[in-house]
Design a binder for this molecule. Structure first.
Ligand code: CTP
Length: 131
C-alpha cells in the first residue's frame, strides 16, 4: 500500500526519522511531500535549510521511496489520487486536521517523538552563533 506524508523536515532529526520509518512500515511504499521555501513563508515557518537541502537529505533515506513538492494546502487530495495513496500519515500534533481526506484514503496520526523538534535545533544553532 502506498503511504503519503508531508512536512518541512528542517534539520532532519530522529523525531522525523521515527515518523518516516513508522509510516513506511504501515504500507511498504512511502511518498514524502516537502514544503517549498515559499509555502513555508505562507505558513509563517522559518527554516535553517533551503528546499533543495531538505529534499536531498530525505531522498537519501532508505525508508523514503519518493519525494514530491508541497506548494500549497490544497494539493493533498490531488496527490492522493495521483499517487494511488491508501494511507495518509501525520504526527499527532496534526490530529484531526486531515480527516477530510478520509473519503479518498485512510488517515492516521502517529504519536510525536517527545523532546525533539526543528525549532529546538534552530534555537541551539542560534545560541552557538551568538555565543
Ligand atoms: N514529528 C514527530 N516527532 C517530532 C517532530 C516532528 O513525529 N519530535 C513529525 C511531525 O508530527 C510531522 C513530521 O514529523 O508529521 C514533520 O514535522 P516538521 O514540522 O517538519 O518537524 P518539527 O520538528 O515539528 O518542526 P518545527 O519545530 O519547525 O515545527
Amino acid at each position: 500500500m502506498n503511504v503519503l506524508t508531508y512536512g518541512t523536515f528542517d534539520l532532519l532529526h530522529h523525531g522525523h526519522l521515527r515518523l518516516l520509518e513508522r509510516a513506511r512500515a504501515l504500507g511498504g511504499h512511502l511518498t514524502v511531500g516537502v514544503s517549498t521555501d515559499a509555502f513555508n513563508a505562507v505558513k509563517g515557518k522559518c527554516c535553517h535549510e533551503d528546499f533543495d537541502t531538505r529534499v536531498r537529505r530525505l531522498a537519501a533515506l532508505p525508508c523514503v521511496d519518493r519525494v514530491i513538492t508541497e506548494r500549497d494546502w490544497a494539493q493533498k487530495a490531488d496527490d492522493v489520487r495521483r499517487y494511488g495513496i491508501g494511507l495518509f500519515v501525520m504526527g499527532d500534533d496534526w490530529a484531526g486536521a486531515f480527516d477530510f481526506l478520509q473519503p479518498l484514503c485512510a488517515v492516521r496520526y502517529l504519536p510525536r517523538t517527545p523532546d525533539i523538534s526543528s525549532t529546538q535545533l534552530r534555537e541551539l544553532l542560534l545560541k552557538e552563533q551568538v555565543g
